[in-house]
Structures are given as C-alpha cells and as structure tokens.
Design a protein around this ligand. Sequence first.
Ligand code: ATP
Ligand code: MG
Length: 187
Amino acid sequence: MIRLFCGLALPAQLRDRLISLGGGLPGARWVPEDNLHLTLRFIGEVPEPSFDDIAVALSAVKAAPFDLTVAGMGHFERKRRPTMVWAGIEPSPRLLDLHVRIESALRRAGVEGEERQFQPHITLARFDASASPERVAGFLQANSLFRAPPFRVEHFTLFSSMLGRSGPTYHAEVEFPLAAALAPDRF
Ligand code: ATP
Ligand code: MG
C-alpha cells in the first residue's frame, strides 16, 4: 500500500515566514519547514498498482495558474481541546475549482469520495493532551493579523506520505502543471 495526498508545495520564502511563527507553546509539535504544505485532497492508503491510474487521472486536470494568499490563523479541536493550529487561506474560487477538478479526477480513477468539507489550511503545529487551550488561544490572537504576500500556484503535487515515529516524510511523486488556456487556433 502507498499513502497519497494531493497538495500544494509552498515557496521557501513563505515557509520561512510560517516557521518563524513557531515555538513557545507547550505540548506542540511544529511541522518542520520541509513538510509545510496545503492539502488539496487526502487520498489515503491505496494499493500500489492504483498509483498509475491516479496519476493518469490527475494529469487530465485542467486549470490555469492563480495567486493564493496565506492570511489569518485558526485551529481545529476535539472534545473542546485544541488539536492543531493552522494558517488560513484567503477565499479563492480558483482554489475551490482546482479542488473540485481533482475530486472528480480521483472519482474517475476509482478513489473513494471524501465526505469532509474542504477547509483549505496549512497545518503549523499539532498538540498533545498537555497543550494549554489558553496558550493556544493566545497564540491565535497574537498572530491573527498574519498575512503573507500572495504566491503563484503553477502546479499541484501528488505526494506520498510515509508515517514514521519522528513524524511523516512526504515525497513529491508527480507535479501537475497548471497551464493557461491555449490561445485559440489561428487557422
Ligand atoms: P501524522 O498522521 O503522522 O500526524 P500527517 O497527518 O502530516 O502526519 P498524513 O496522515 O499522511 O500525514 O496526511 C497527509 C496530509 O493529509 C496532511 O496534510 C494531513 O493533514 C492530511 N490528512 C490526513 N488525513 C486526512 C483526512 N482524513 N482528511 C483530510 N485530510 C487529511
Ligand atoms: Mg495524519
């Protein structure tokens, strides 16, 4: 089996800025700089022979490049305890459109549908039970005005993920370029 997800890699400058927010929260495991990404669609474990079908289906996704802005902070929680903090994404119809196109490509490739709603975010840190909800709230408040310059999305990536004791290792398996629509044929 191979564990896969579609996502956006982030420019080094943006990752630098996100990393600089880290630290100072008990019970937090910060995402290492190399691992920072935006998940477009988690695929999960699939049999290895499915990899090619998935890659072929994704290569049919057509979308033009667009700009995306990372801004704001938020968190997810379970049983009223924070489980992670994330950087937000400014509303982007183009991103949602890309997500929809990826979703239908994956369905065509036989990947099971995703029920959860797409909530674009960049995970910054995950918490264990020792995290203090007050400290997490303080972090969110202190960084609520975070805003990075827009970056251009020119491809999306099919990543594999190997879970390990010291955290996951992601590997960019295939990059799918986003191409501006071809100019109308002159003839
Ligand atoms: P770990 O599971 O060890 O904490 P991870 O969550 O970063 O590490 P994966 O579980 O392989 O690694 O997930 C890869 C990406 O997909 C991450 O961005 C993760 O947040 C996201 N993801 C994982 N499971 C789901 C899911 N069920 N629905 C949506 N996104 C998911
Ligand atoms: Mg996970």
